[in-house]
Each structure stands twice: as structure tokens, then as C-alpha cells.
Design a protein around this ligand. Structure first.
Ligand SMILES: C[S@@+](CC[C@H](N)C(=O)[O-])C[C@H]1O[C@@H](n2cnc3c(N)ncnc32)[C@H](O)[C@@H]1O
Length: 267
């Protein structure tokens, strides 16, 4: 299982409303499954698992995550319908125990080999079952490019040498083009897959606030392997460089591309 112990629910939830919006748009594309079963892979702090359960009217929704810190936070959202367990979304999927909905919001991009992973998830969907996935597609945005650039500056490159170099940007490494996902879903046998590229524009107080946003997600890959002092120095340098690159804007319109996909297996 990928270790994701660097996840901090408080940091991640700093922009809760802005981060929730794509998930709620994704859930709106799903048909309810009264009495059905669903999984929320990479469920994080669990509040969206509860929203998914409401939207679906399902009898059982299981949130699965590999981070103990996130699962601790999620426990507050457990109910007769919603439960949480530890697991790896990269290997999840038992064809002998199919579910009606597989949902993964802002989590699939943390693992490689999406063709294989989506095939495994599909094998665990019942006939007529629905898949709903949302991934960021913004690795070309200055917020991501600047993080890659700063991590390769000599003083940080030296620190990263001990772990074989700076951890790569998972969005750049793993996320496919929207049309590739559409073809993949078609090849997996889904009927009329819907795949959308949407720009969300959270308005942040300033350019520097992008750093707080990124600390909750993308920069966790650096926090995971650096000591605290080096990580804080990297974050400071990242803030300085990002303001140079995009300007010190107040407020800052964070043009954030995301891919939303929903598809149904034939009955
Ligand atoms: C950006 S958060 C999204 C959380 C939640 N889905 C949401 O939208 O609020 C990504 C989540 O994916 C989880 N994650 C990353 N890799 C994972 C893996 N291989 N297996 C299970 N969960 C994973 C992380 O622990 C984290 O909680």
C-alpha cells in the first residue's frame, strides 16, 4: 500500500467548500441506487462519503483510505449506512463481492497505471453499476510547475538525493488526457461514458494562499520525505518563487482544471 501518512486533515480541510464543489458536481451526475451498495475510494476525512450516501440513497457506503489520520477524522461521519476501513485503492476490487457504485474523488491520481486500476474497479461493479471519478488535471499550472522547479534547486536537490530525487508530481505522472479516459472507459465496456474537463476557479485571498492549498495536497509528497526544517524552507522558497512567477495578486483566481467522469456498465 502507498504510505500516505503525511496527510493532515486540518491542512486539507482549510479550503473545504472549494475542494468539495467538484465532488458534489460529480455526485450530481450519478443516478440514485436506493438500497444499493457503494464504495468511496480514497475517502479522506469522510464528509463527502456521507454526502455520496445521501445522494445515492444507498443502504451501505464504505469509505476506504490508506491514511490513519484521515480515517480517524472520517469516523465522525460513520452511521448505520456509512462505514470506513483501511485499504489501498490501487488494489481494491473483488469481482466476487460487487457493488453498485464505485466513486473516487481527488484520489486516483495518487496511484499509477490507471488503465489497470480502472479495469479492477470495473470488475467489481455489478451489472448496471456506475463509476464516478474526479482527478485534477492541472500539472501545467504554475502552482505545480513551480513546485517541481523549486524542488530541483541545488539545496533541495541535495536533500532529495537521499531518496533518489524529488518525488515526481503525481498529477503529471499519472493523470491521462480526458479523451484517453473516455476511450479507456469505452474499451472497458461502459455505455456512453461522460468525461468532462472543467475549470474550477476558487478565489483565494492572495497568490500566497495557493501555498496553503498546495500544502494540503500536492506538497505532501515532499513533506513525506524531508525533515521538518528542510520542508519548511522549501515551502518558504516555493511561496517566494510563486509570487515572482504569477505576481502578488489579491485576490487570486486559481484556475484549476479537473476531469470528471461518470459511466455505467451495461445490465
Ligand atoms: C486529496 S484527498 C481526497 C479525499 C476525499 N476523497 C475528498 O475529496 O475530500 C486524497 C485521499 O486519497 C487517499 N489516498 C491516497 N493514496 C491512496 C491509496 N493508495 N489507497 C487509499 N487511499 C489513498 C489519501 O490518504 C487522501 O485521504
Amino acid at each position: 500500500m502507498t504510505s500516505t501518512e503525511q496527510w493532515d486533515p486540518d491542512t486539507y480541510e482549510r479550503f473545504k467548500a472549494e475542494r468539495d464543489r467538484p465532488a458534489l458536481d460529480l455526485y450530481a451526475l450519478l443516478d440514485p441506487v436506493p438500497g444499493g451498495r457503494a464504495v468511496d475510494l480514497g475517502c479522506g476525512a469522510g464528509h463527502l462519503t456521507a454526502r455520496l450516501a445521501e445522494r445515492l440513497g444507498a443502504a451501505q457506503v464504505t469509505g476506504i483510505d490508506s491514511s490513519a489520520a484521515m480515517l480517524d477524522r472520517a469516523a465522525a461521519h460513520a452511521s448505520d449506512v456509512v462505514s470506513f476501513e483501511a485499504g489501498d485503492l490501487a488494489t481494491w476490487g473483488d469481482p466476487a463481492d460487487p457493488v453498485d457504485v464505485v466513486s473516487a474523488n481527488a484520489s486516483l491520481h495518487w496511484v499509477p497505471d490507471h488503465a489497470d486500476v480502472l479495469a479492477r474497479w470495473t470488475s467489481a461493479l455489478a451489472p448496471g453499476g456506475q463509476l464516478a471519478v474526479q482527478v485534477p488535471a492541472n500539472s501545467d499550472h504554475p502552482s505545480h510547475r513551480t513546485a517541481v522547479e523549486v524542488a530541483s534547486e541545488p539545496r533541495f536537490a541535495e536533500a532529495f538525493a537521499a531518496v533518489g530525487g524529488p518525488p515526481p508530481d503525481p498529477v503529471a505522472e499519472h493523470v491521462l488526457a480526458p479523451e484517453d479516459y473516455a476511450e479507456l472507459l469505452w474499451d472497458l465496456g461502459y455505455e456512453a461514458p461522460v468525461v468532462r474537463l472543467q475549470v474550477y476557479g476558487p478565489v483565494l485571498p492572495s497568490t500566497a494562499a495557493v501555498v496553503d492549498w498546495m500544502e494540503g495536497t500536492s506538497l505532501t509528497r515532499f513533506a513525506k520525505v524531508l525533515d521538518e526544517d528542510t520542508y519548511r524552507a522549501l515551502v518558504d522558497r516555493y511561496r517566494e518563487r510563486l509570487v515572482e512567477v504569477v505576481g502578488g495578486r489579491r485576490p487570486y483566481y486559481f484556475a484549476f482544471k479537473r476531469i470528471l467522469m461518470v459511466a455505467r456498465r451495461p445490465n
